[in-house]
Design a protein around this ligand. Structure first.
Ligand SMILES: C[S@@+](CC[C@H](N)C(=O)[O-])C[C@H]1O[C@@H](n2cnc3c(N)ncnc32)[C@H](O)[C@@H]1O
Length: 271
């Protein structure tokens, strides 16, 4: 370090990068072919590459109609009143729409760098911040390919005198062009996915059903190496194990990271 200017020299930079890499290595857990990091994805992503698809469910920064309501803890915003479930809270869920767009474009750009040409991004969001995610993926350099509604069925939260909060969205994008001809690996998918949230299959305040993630993976069999930088309780990882894909997951909340490790181990044991 130059004491006069405070500027770090090249050697300092190398030391900082080395220290960050060591921290990341210490946060890593290997379960068979699957790799899990208990880290902030902004620290881990620059060290990763070689993915075919990124399937992820980031904090929505949603809930409520005012910024004050959205600043509440996820356990207050996303849980039914009177529910007996006590899943841990998680951070990073209180950005306003502009900050959410900027933050998402930043990690989405890193995901793009880590994904092969023709690979895909599938990012969950709800109706409030759908425009932010559509903007962010394009700012991040992805080619936006449209939205897939996830219909949670009539089991979803009813609203008397208004519409049931029944649908969330998957924003889809690709890393450059995709092969669309009939010989492309994969199936002719439906334009939406209809599957309910099952309480006993939910291990996170905002946990997704494994069947939903499996349905996304079914789209293409060349999505072999799959990344989820916000894995929460590891649902994308469990689906990958069941579908014979290789999973890399990142989660910064230690309690959810432990749940994800256990679920992925259990899923492997069941195979
Ligand atoms: C919507 S939840 C994902 C839930 C997951 N799909 C499931 O089924 O369990 C988002 C997760 O991202 C985590 N998270 C938020 N910011 C993060 C960051 N910068 N790096 C890594 N994880 C982060 C939160 O702790 C939270 O568990």
């Amino acid at each position: 370090m130059n004491v006069m200017t405070g500027a770090a020299n090249e050697e300092d930079h190398r030391d900082i990068i080395e220290a960050l890499r060591e921290r990341l290595a210490r946060s890593r857990v290997q379960i068979g072919p699957h790799t899990l990091y208990n880290a902030d994805c902004r620290l881990a992503l620059p060290e990763l590459n070689g993915f075919d698809a990124v399937i992820t469910d980031p904090p929505y920064s949603s809930g409520g109609s005012t910024q004050a309501a959205r600043n509440q803890a996820p356990s207050k915003k996303y849980r039914f009143t009177g529910t007996k479930k006590t899943d841990p809270d998680f951070g990073g869920d209180n950005r306003d729409q502009r900050s959410l767009t900027l933050w998402c474009s930043d990690w989405m750009a890193e995901c793009l760098r880590a994904t092969r040409q023709g690979g895909a991004l599938m990012c969950f969001i709800d109706w409030r911040n759908l425009p932010a995610i559509i903007d962010a993926c394009q700012v991040g350099g992805w080619v936006y390919r449209g939205i897939v509604p996830w219909d949670k069925t009539e089991a979803a939260r009813p609203n008397k005198g208004w519409f049931r909060t029944q649908v969330e969205y998957i924003v889809t994008a690709t890393a450059g062009p995709i092969t669309r001809d009939a010989s492309a690996p994969g199936i002719y998918q439906t334009g939406y996915i209809r599957t309910p949230v099952i309480a006993k299959d939910k291990h996170h305040i905002t946990g997704k059903p494994v069947t939903l993630m499996q349905e996304l993976l079914r789209t293409r069999d060349d999505w072999q190496n799959v990344l989820d930088p916000f894995m929460g309780s590891g649902t994308t990882g469990v689906a990958c194990v069941k579908m014979g894909r290789v999973f890399t997951g990142i989660e910064f909340e230690p309690r959810y990271f432990d749940i994800a490790c256990r679920r992925i181990e259990d899923a492997m044991y069941e195979q």
